[in-house]
Design a protein around this ligand. Structure first.
Ligand SMILES: *Cc1c(COP(=O)(O)O)cnc(C)c1O
Length: 390
């Protein structure tokens, strides 16, 4: 037996920010008091700063899917034609959700590991000018691929449709200029780049999207965005909020503001780039080589090896929790996350462990090769040479 620190290295939940975790201990605040209102107002203001938008940003007590559902049930009408980009398990969730609420989705599908191009969205909008909404994942966490949100937005912007983006692993890992690009609904989740436990979802809502809320005829009650906005304007949430998570979020938002959202994004992008360099150097194949996301890197297991074996060895031998593939990708790929509170030392550990795991399971590895690739990328990007004597 050796000491194994548990390291949570999945693309949600992600590693927790210690000061946000400690803040949760001061949760004995009643939610209908001025003390809580002060905290809540600050969180609402800071969410806008971190999202980088002047649009309203509302928190909901749910996992990310709750905010996805709220967007569907509050901003559309039964039978509305919508375009859904589906390139993985989360795209399939949009398809299922829009159907569940009686919308009429045109599904633009891309094989797992690829993405839907902005041109396809543009063509679909031309073919269906009555389209009321376009749905997509900024980062498709199940495959490690990222969509070209900026160019999709340019296509959607001049149409009647609102652009609804599941950015649950996109926020904090890729630039998303909500106001500049015209992103109508942008959805985030607490257990991703926000560095706190699961239980809160966020969504920003543009003026164009709010106009849709006025004519919505779909049933909703708990997730009532207009009611939630009114409550927020009074420094409150409509229902009992997850007080502990809101307090924790306040601390995490402070940290992200100090660091800078652009630095958080840069951090994930650098870790992702170094990870790709390392696994390729080790002779492994990326699952989404053409449009890799910075939130998570999906890697194919070597031929003849079940990726579950790798995931299990990470857990049992190193205390590291990494993600297997989802659905039909299970056993085929493993996924290393970079979003939120991940640092360079985490990555040395992951790639060092990966080399040992591959070696133990009969895959030829020259020790240090992957780690060296990480070192090269990081040294060049983040550690300028110190001139002796200067
Ligand atoms: C994590 C995640 C979600 C939300 O899943 P929940 O379990 O509801 O939090 C949705 N979309 C993407 C792309 C995700 O990564």
């Amino acid at each position: 037996m050796h000491i194994k620190k548990q390291r949570l290295l999945t693309p949600g939940p992600t590693p927790l920010l210690p000061r946000a975790l400690h803040a949760m201990m001061a949760s004995d605040v009643h939610h209908r008091t001025q003390d809580f209102q002060r905290i809540y107002r600050q969180v609402l203001a800071d969410l806008k700063v971190v999202f980088g938008t002047t649009n309203d940003v509302l928190p909901l007590v749910s996992s990310g899917s709750g905010a996805m559902e709220a967007a569907v049930s509050n901003l559309f009408r039964r039978g509305d034609k919508v375009i859904v980009c589906s390139a993985g398990k989360f795209g399939e969730r949009w398809v299922a959700m829009t159907k569940a609420f009686g919308l009429d989705p045109v599904v633009l599908e891309a094989p797992y590991g690829s993405v839907v191009s902005p041109e396809r969205v543009e063509e679909a909008l031309k073919a269906h000018p009555e389209t009321r909404g376009v749905f997509v994942q900024a980062s498709e966490t199940s495959t490690g691929a990222a969509h070209d949100i900026q160019n999709m937005a340019a296509a959607v912007r001049n149409s009647e449709a609102i652009f609804v983006i599941d950015a649950i692993t996109g926020l904090g890992t890729m630039p998303l200029d909500i106001d500049g690009w015209g992103l109508d609904v942008v959805i985030g989740g607490s257990q991703k780049a926000f560095m706190i436990p699961p239980g809160l979802a966020f969504l920003s809502i543009s003026k164009k999207a709010w106009e849709r809320a006025a004519s919505c005829d779909l049933p909703h009650f708990y997730f009532d965005l207009k009611k939630e906005l009114k409550s927020a304007q009074n420094g409150e949430s409509s229902w009992t909020p997850a007080v502990s998570l809101i307090i924790s979020l306040g601390e995490a938002l402070n940290y992200i503001k100090e660091l800078g959202m652009n630095k958080l994004i840069e951090n994930a992008q650098l870790l992702a780039r170094a990870t790709r360099a390392a696994v390729v150097r080790l002779g492994l194949e990326l699952f989404s080589p053409a449009s890799p996301s910075a939130s998570v890197t999906a890697v194919k297991a070597p031929p003849g090896m079940d990726s579950g074996v790798i995931v299990k060895a990470f857990r049992n031998d190193f205390g590291m929790i990494i993600a297997n593939g989802q659905g039909s990708m299970k056993g085929q790929i493993f996924r290393i996350a970079h979003l939120g509170y991940f640092d360079f030392a985490d990555l040395f550990a992951v790639i060092g462990a990966l080399e040992i795991i591959l070696h133990t399971h009969g895959y030829p590895v020259e020790f240090g090769k992957g780690v060296a690739a990480v070192q090269s990328v990081l040294a060049e990007a983040a550690f300028p040479k110190v001139t002796v004597g200067a």
